[in-house]
Ligand binder design. Structure first.
Ligand SMILES: Nc1ncnc2c1ncn2[C@@H]1O[C@H](COP(=O)(O)OP(=O)(O)O)[C@@H](O)[C@H]1O
Ligand SMILES: [Mg+2]
Length: 281
């Protein structure tokens, strides 16, 4: 669905995105993960044909992005980072208007509103919507023309846990339909839960690209920490894949003297910090 080769882009004389190469297969959820200002939104804007003065190649659904025509957008749905609705219109009026911009027949608007839990607020002006409602409305706007590729810029950013869950379920539902999804986020839990593969982006460069699972495994085995009493409390740690060689642990198990035992997997954020020396925030 997407092939990017030696892509570079700059807003000023300084390179902003430099020499990126990657590809995204159909049906994949591909995440751009990185701190604020890393270039995630800029990269998405190149891939949706908004920024065309780039070097190298960015081919989306068979079209070189700088050569896109109106037709390019029949198969791309974009959920921008900020609401793009007309505040004075109702949700339904907005959706009707935006669906009229496509040649393709719209997905049924009532059904989309229901999916987003907005069926009872469909005739409210968007200016009266809460942040979570706006986020859900923006998302279903991207689905109106049933595009093959969805580009979602920070879809869960700033949402409460309930709204965030609804949003993630809607994203997974589109994946189940075979859509390709590009997702930018600085939320590592969301990335780990949703993405088939993630690219870590720092300073306009990709510094790692793999499945969240493989990235996490690259740090080495999960550690097990256990505690026991012997006059006072003691604790010790051992890699999960070496437990059978830990004589002390075996003895404590045999004597039923363990007080606690925990395993701790590294998180995507740990890996990000290891690779980049930075946190995601
Ligand atoms: N039109 C522009 N002109 C110059 N610089 C810009 C422009 N738009 C964005 N930038 C630069 O890009 C940075 C944000 O990049 P962005 O791709 O939005 O990062 P991210 O989405 O990873 O947070 C800003 O700090 C700013 O310096
Ligand atoms: Mg951004």
């Amino acid at each position: 669905m997407i092939q990017v080769k030696n892509l570079s882009f700059s807003y000023t004389k300084q390179p902003f995105i430099s020499d990126m190469s990657f590809s995204v297969s159909s049906g994949e959820i591909f995440g751009f993960l990185g701190p604020s200002g890393a270039g995630k939104s800029t990269l998405q804007k190149v891939l949706i044909g908004m920024l065309t003065t780039y070097q190298g190649s960015a081919i989306v659904n068979g079209v070189e992005c700088r050569e896109r025509t109106k037709n390019f957008y029949e198969n791309i749905g974009v959920d921008f980072e900020f609401s793009t609705m007309y505040e004075k219109l109702t949700a339904k009026e907005n959706l009707r208007f935006f669906s009229s911009l496509y040649e393709k027949k719209s997905r049924p608007i009532e059904q989309l509103l229901e999916k987003a839990g907005l069926e009872h607020d469909a005739d409210k002006r968007v200016s009266d919507y809460s942040k979570g409602m706006k986020a859900r409305l923006n998302f279903i706007k991207a689905l109106l023309h049933d595009p093959l590729l969805l580009c979602l810029d920070e879809p869960t950013s700033g949402l409460d846990p309930t709204n965030s869950r609804v949003m993630k379920d809607m994203i997974l539902e589109e994946k189940a339909k075979g859509k390709t999804i590009l997702l930018t986020t600085h939320n590592m839990q969301d990335a780990a839960e949703l993405c088939d593969r993630v690219a870590f982006i720092v300073g306009g460069k990709i510094c790692a690209l793999d499945s969240p699972h493989k990235l996490i495994m690259s740090k080495g085995a999960t550690t097990v920490t256990y505690t026991w009493m012997e006059n006072e409390e003691h604790s010790a740690s051992c890699p999960l894949d070496c437990l059978s060689a830990d004589e002390q642990l075996k003895r404590l198990i045999a004597e039923n003297r363990l007080q606690s035992i925990h395993s701790s997997e590294p998180t995507l954020n740990d890996i990000f910090m290891d690779l980049t020396g930075r946190t995601l925030l």
